[in-house]
Design a protein around this ligand. Structure first.
Ligand SMILES: C[S@@+](CC[C@H](N)C(=O)[O-])C[C@H]1O[C@@H](n2cnc3c(N)ncnc32)[C@H](O)[C@@H]1O
Length: 183
């Protein structure tokens, strides 16, 4: 099973119609679409990407699937998430790295990723879940991965639990998945 499929299964477990969720890296819109389908028309999904082309692609995908009503998309960094989202969320997902089929020079970066994680972990409601899937084979990827790892390890146990899943029999920086569950 691909890591993205695992992420979608986790989100299916946690999200119900009417819930609020964030996709911090909308990209081609696949994860945003999944969130929108799970929360339904009575829910709300906030999607972020720094690339206008990614936001437009996500918008098109949601429109084609009849899911645009429950979405709010922003062309800005996920580090600014608190200026756009003013309510608690049940789930968030981050898919770190570059956009497959897009501009490989535009990658997520350690500092903005950590800022987003600080804000998202605050925004999660008790019982909420966050998934962070990190691809780190590109330049700066290892630095970002180390920053994420440090952030996760420092989350106090009374905040909740962080689990890590990784492929152990694949070379060349296979993705790592972190699953956060807030108490
Ligand atoms: C691995 S892709 C995401 C794939 C996406 N989840 C999907 O379903 O197609 C990473 C995305 O993060 C975006 N990105 C890079 N830096 C960002 C930032 N600071 N804030 C928000 N998005 C960012 C990139 O433009 C790229 O589209």
């Amino acid at each position: 099973m691909q890591m993205v499929e695992i992420v979608h299964h986790i989100l299916e477990e946690i999200l119900k119609p009417g819930d609020r969720a964030v996709d911090g890296t909308a990209g081609n819109g696949w994860d945003t679409l999944k969130l929108c389908q799970l929360v339904g028309e009575t829910g709300r999904v906030y999607g972020f990407d720094v690339q206008e082309s990614a936001v437009l692609k996500t918008e098109e995908r949601l429109k084609a699937a009849g899911c645009l009503k429950q979405a709010e998309l922003f062309c800005c960094s996920h580090s600014e998430i608190d200026t756009k989202v003013h309510e608690k969320i049940k789930a968030f997902t981050l898919n770190l790295g570059y956009l497959p089929g897009g501009d490989k020079q535009v990658v997520t970066k350690k500092d903005s990723t950590i800022k987003a994680l600080e804000k998202l972990s605050e925004m999660l409601m008790p019982g909420g879940v966050g998934t962070i899937l990190i691809y780190y084979g590109h330049e700066g990827g290892i630095e970002e991965k180390e920053g994420v790892e440090k952030f996760m390890a420092a989350l106090p146990s009374d905040w909740g639990q962080v689990n890590r899943m990784e492929t152990v029999n694949r070379k060349n920086c296979p993705p790592i998945l972190y699953i956060l569950e807030k108490k």
